[in-house]
Design a protein around this ligand. Sequence first.
Ligand SMILES: [Zn+2]
Length: 229
Amino acid sequence: MNKYIILEIDMSFGDKSDKIYPVVLWDETNCVLVDCGYVGSLPKIEEALLYNQILPETVTHIIITHQDHDHVGAAAAYKNKYPNVKILASEEEAPYISGARRSLRLDQAEELKKVLPENMQEFGKAFCKLLRSVEQVPVDQLLCGEELLPFCGGCQVISTPGHTPGHISLYLSEFNVILSGDAMALENGTPVIANPQFTLDMEKAKASMERLLAHPADKIICYHGGILE
Ligand SMILES: [Zn+2]
């Protein structure tokens, strides 16, 4: 039986507490984790998997929607502990995830830090330090364009650039559900652009969010914010 399971992981940065929602796609042969938490969150991911009766060692694939620290953060640790897992990412994001290219977010954060007011400097410094601590992980399978993956009854890749250049979302046709990644977030139940101050291409990000909202899916699961019915 195919099913998808939403994990709930506590995420705090500084004094800001928050939750993230990775999703597991489960079918007879595959167990696919979509996005892999932040740096140091492997124990929490393992705990959330076990809570849902999934043994961490049975995860076959991890799909990473984009290069950001809160999506790729625990992927290297996961792969180190469970080396059979395959890492998947879009062709465009893969070099930033594997370390072949320097994180665009770190470039951006270092530039922003230069113009931050004095009272924000500590935050800027801590954020850059956090981004530098992200462990790189080789990508085993490149996702090209909008391919259809054989997971969970059919998992369609949707290109949703803007937040980062190669950002992807996923559509589960059997459930009529979209996993937005950071192409869309929810704030008090309202769809918003995730972290607009860090969005790399605002025009593209707006178009990507519009595209998801125009899709006839029943639900959109946002990594930040949860479910939009
Ligand atoms: Zn995120």
